[in-house]
Design a protein around this ligand. Structure first.
Ligand code: NAG
Ligand code: NAG
Ligand code: NAG
Ligand code: NAG
Ligand code: NAG
Ligand code: NAG
Length: 456
């Protein structure tokens, strides 16, 4: 911190010495003066030496923009000689070396040059100081006036508009343009003249509509005036929309409740305002129902889904736009609205569920039907080919679904072999009593098994 502080101090002191050295004895606060015609102007000079310890001698001279140079005043501490041509025009009072110009006019423009010789009493040698001040003289601007061509309102994309800003008085006038208080810059469609006094808008567009003003300014004044022009541009229709406070909208389909009275509003951006026509497209015929932005529909009059069309027409631009929608009458319960909207996403799952339930139901029915015919089961068991029954690995269990059902032990005399065969088919039970208990176990599992196999 100390090091940077020290450096800063050093830099400052060096700068101070340099500035002191460059303007050691005289200082001019402003090197450019913007004078106003008819006013006086003081070219102020500050002397930085004790006047009573020096002898001075100097001149003020004027160089016009054309290049001609004139010596205006020659002065010492006690005397001054003003050029006779400027005697009433300049004011110079010694020993103050500032020069005052009275009643400025255009000829006073240019460089003013001060040359000053200073000799200190306690020193030998002369010090020469020279300074130049630049002076401009301007006439203040008068309030600007705007003109528009053509005067009438124009159609978008079909016309060019020229705006001209002018002032009665003023020199070195610079113009600026504002539309609705926003500054305009050059653009694709905005062409400014050299001095900005003219703007050509080519071609004119909707967004050019507005209030135009211009600001005239120069180095000594700025005028906005109260003049403005209104640019009216005919355009559209754009952004046609159909809206309704009632019903349910999905894309271009409006669903309304039976018995409901529904209003539709048609809107489009347009200048001048559009004319609107409502057209019904039901039963393959188009028919104008009503004119104006509003359509009233009583749902009980609708037999089926009907198509409507709103047509907006701008009679100046000769352009039109249309919006079409379908009107459907359906019961929209408060809860059902959600359901109908979500129906699409839910339906595949619902379909699967319904199908599964259906299949399960069918299979259950099938098994129940089978179980209701014990005779058939018995027959199938009894009539099984002997070779199949005797195969150790094909005991009838490899296709378990076939074996479920109500089994009844029927003792038929002389058919004990068959009974034993059926016993073998049911995991080789030893006694008839045991067989009975096992049979009921099998029955208990019947309803579960098909649904299990479905889930896999
Ligand atoms: C020089 O004189 C003018 C009036 O003639 C005065 O306004 C100005 O302040 C003076 N300048 C200095 C540096 O004294
Ligand atoms: C001369 O006088 C000026 C003003 O009093 C002073 O600043 C300067 O140092 C003096 N010069 C000499 C060489 O005495
Ligand atoms: C508008 O200006 C363009 C050139 O910028 C010109 O081609 C066109 O003819 C003009 N249109 C009218 C209506 O003057
Ligand atoms: C605009 O200003 C002029 C004077 O500069 C005045 O005569 C005129 O009435 C003003 N117009 C409006 C609309 O204020
Ligand atoms: C409906 O109109 C189209 C063409 O506009 C036509 O081809 C068709 O035959 C019409 N249908 C009926 C039922 O009139
Ligand atoms: C255009 O329509 C407006 C109303 O939208 C009407 O006032 C005007 O007279 C119409 N102009 C023409 C030329 O039809």
């Amino acid at each position: 911190m100390e090091a940077t502080g020290g450096t800063a101090l050093y830099v400052c002191s060096v700068l101070f010495i340099l500035t002191e050295a460059s303007s050691e004895f005289i200082h001019i606060p402003s090197l450019i003066h913007h004078g106003m015609e008819g006013q006086s102007l003081l070219l102020s000079v500050e002397t930085r030496f004790p006047l009573d310890e020096v002898e001075i001698q100097g001149t003020w001279s004027h160089t016009r923009p054309s290049g001609t140079r004139t010596t205006l005043v020659t002065f010492t501490k006690e005397n001054s000689i003003t050029d006779m041509m400027y005697r009433n025009h300049l004011r110079f009072r010694e020993p103050n070396v500032s020069l005052s110009i009275q009643t400025l006019n255009q000829d006073d423009e240019g460089d003013y040059h001060l040359k000053l010789n200073i000799q200190f009493h306690n020193k030998t040698g002369l010090i020469l100081e020279e300074k130049t001040v630049y002076v401009t003289v301007d006439v203040p601007v008068s309030p600007p006036v705007i003109e528009k061509s053509p005067l009438y309102a124009v159609v978008e994309d079909k016309a060019n508009v020229t705006l001209t800003c002018s002032v009665k008085r003023g020199t070195r006038v610079v113009f600026q343009w504002l539309r609705d208080d926003i500054l305009l810059g050059p653009g694709d469609r905005y062409h400014f003249s050299q001095d900005n006094s003219k703007v050509l808008i080519s071609p004119v567009r909707k967004e050019d509509k507005g209030t135009y003003r211009c600001v005239a300014s120069n180095p000594v004044s700025k005028e906005e005036g109260n003049s403005s022009v209104e640019l009216n541009v005919y355009y559209g229709p754009y952004n046609l929309e159909v809206n309704s406070g009632q019903g349910l909208r999905t894309g271009e389909v409006f669903t309304i409740n039976p018995g409901e009275l529904v209003f539709f509003e048609c809107q489009a951006d347009s200048n001048p305002p559009n004319s609107y026509v409502w057209i019904s497209k039901s039963r393959n015929t188009t028919q104008v129902i009503t004119e104006g932005p509003r359509l009233e529909v009583r749902s009980y009059r609708l037999a089926q889904a009907e198509e409507y069309l709103c047509r907006a027409f701008n009679n100046v631009t000769q352009k039109q736009d249309e919006a079409q929608f379908t009107l459907v009458v359906a019961s929209l319960g408060t809860g059902k609205e959600k359901h109908t909207q979500e129906g699409n996403s839910v339906s595949p799952l619902a379909a699967i569920t319904v199908c599964s339930l259906f299949v399960i139901g069918c299979m259950l029915l099938f098994f129940i039907r089978r179980t209701c015919h014990p005779k058939r089961v018995l027959m199938s068991i009894y009539n099984r080919p002997l070779s199949e029954q005797k195969r150790p690995h094909r005991s009838g269990h490899e296709d378990a679904t076939e074996d479920f059902g109500i089994y009844e032990f029927v003792s038929i005399p002389g058919k004990m072999e068959s009974a034993q065969a059926s016993c073998r088919s049911l995991a080789c039970l030893e006694s008839v009593q045991d067989m009975h208990t096992t049979i009921y176990d099998v029955i208990r599992h019947v309803p579960e098994t098909p649904s299990h196999s479905l889930l896999q």
